[in-house]
Design a protein around this ligand. Structure first.
Ligand code: P6P
Length: 332
């Protein structure tokens, strides 16, 4: 019986000589298992007393802070992480492990994305991007390392759903691992994930329709009228938890949009720890990820919590959508 391929054996099988990357991923996986265990059966903690307000003025669930602490503990113990930018913290956190000066990575982290869904038992996730600071001219300055996405060497998310999964993109491919609770390890379950070139599922918060620009509204009308004009309807699916919406898009094909609105002219999702990691994953799986006229991975990060409008998913669908969206973009 072949051995299950756990994360360590998978990385070693790739002749991955980068022990620091393996260590960082293994430690983050241990944190995710603790978070997954904590999420199971925590409904009694949904009371308002379990909530506070975070630096963005959003409701912060106690599990947001719990999740962040698990990842910070794990990354400190890994000795492979120099600093972290987390949704829950104003600025970069330099990890104070003894070897952190030698540590290679800076990690952008959304410790628990979609936590407002926890009290209705909807899947949530953790999202991360890994940057190799030694690819930067200013390796000791996290803001400089993250300014452009060129030093991003990996990205992934943990999805706490009916099964807990890790989907991870390295330089050349995307792989899925499923938590085996008897082994307490993530086991390779979906090797070399490729997003379908086209699809028929569109995912957007349609309640914002009247706040979208004309091009976005025209694209959504195009989606709604597929059956009338093209004979087969599209399907609308929106969970409101980015990790779950992107996971479905990655596996079934489709398009996910969080456009700019009149209330949020830069969109809602954060570039560093939501847009970029998901864009890295989608593009390594063969899809496209744009923000306005640009590819998301071409957008510079000028502040840690900068937001960006996004459209990402199956390449054919994104190219079609972009033709509509471009009609609203300012002529440069
Ligand atoms: P809206 C969750 O709060 C989140 O950050 C993402 O996970 C999700 O895609 C988005 O916000 C949902 O936002 O405005 O549609 O509720």
């Amino acid at each position: 019986m072949p051995k299950e391929i756990n994360l360590y054996r998978f990385m070693k099988g790739r002749n991955e000589d980068n022990q620091d990357l393996i260590t960082a991923l293994e430690h983050m996986s241990k944190a995710a298992i603790i978070i997954s265990d904590q999420l199971a059966g925590q409904l009694h903690l949904m009371s308002p007393s379990a909530e506070s307000i975070n630096l963005h003025g959003e409701i912060q669930h106690y599990l947001d802070q719990f999740a962040e602490q698990q990842f910070l503990n794990a990354l400190t113990d890994s000795d492979s992480c120099f600093a972290v930018i987390s949704e829950e913290q104003e600025d970069y956190i330099q990890l104070s492990s003894a070897l952190s000066q030698r540590a290679r990575y800076i990690i952008a982290l959304d410790p628990l994305d979609g936590s407002s869904n926890i009290d209705v038992n909807v899947p949530v996730g953790s999202i991360f991007s890994i940057y190799d600071r030694f690819k930067s001219a200013s390796p000791n300055h996290p803001a400089a390392v993250l300014q452009d996405s060129g030093s991003q060497v990996a990205a992934g998310y943990f999805l706490y759903g009916p099964a807990t999964m890790l989907v991870m993109a390295l330089s050349d491919q995307v792989n899925g691992f499923t938590l085996d609770r008897s082994l307490h390890e993530f086991i390779l379950s979906h090797p070399d994930i490729r997003i379908p070139e086209n699809g028929s599922i569109y995912s957007v918060n349609d309640g914002n329709y009247h706040q979208f620009d004309r091009g976005t509204q025209n694209y959504l009308r195009f989606c709604r009228q597929q059956e009338e004009f093209y004979g087969s309807a599209f399907t609308a699916r929106y969970i409101g938890s980015m990790v779950a919406d992107i996971h479905r898009t990655l596996f079934r094909g489709g398009i996910f949009l969080y456009p700019a609105t009149t209330a949020a002219p830069s969109g809602k999702l954060r570039l560093a720890y939501e847009c970029r990691p998901m864009a890295y994953i989608i593009e390594k799986a063969g899809g496209l990820a744009n923000s306005g006229p640009k590819n998301i991975l071409e957008i510079d990060l000028s502040s840690p919590h900068q937001r960006a409008p996004v459209v990402m998913g199956s390449a054919e669908m994104v190219r079609t959508a972009q033709n509509f969206l471009n009609s609203s973009l300012p002529v440069t």
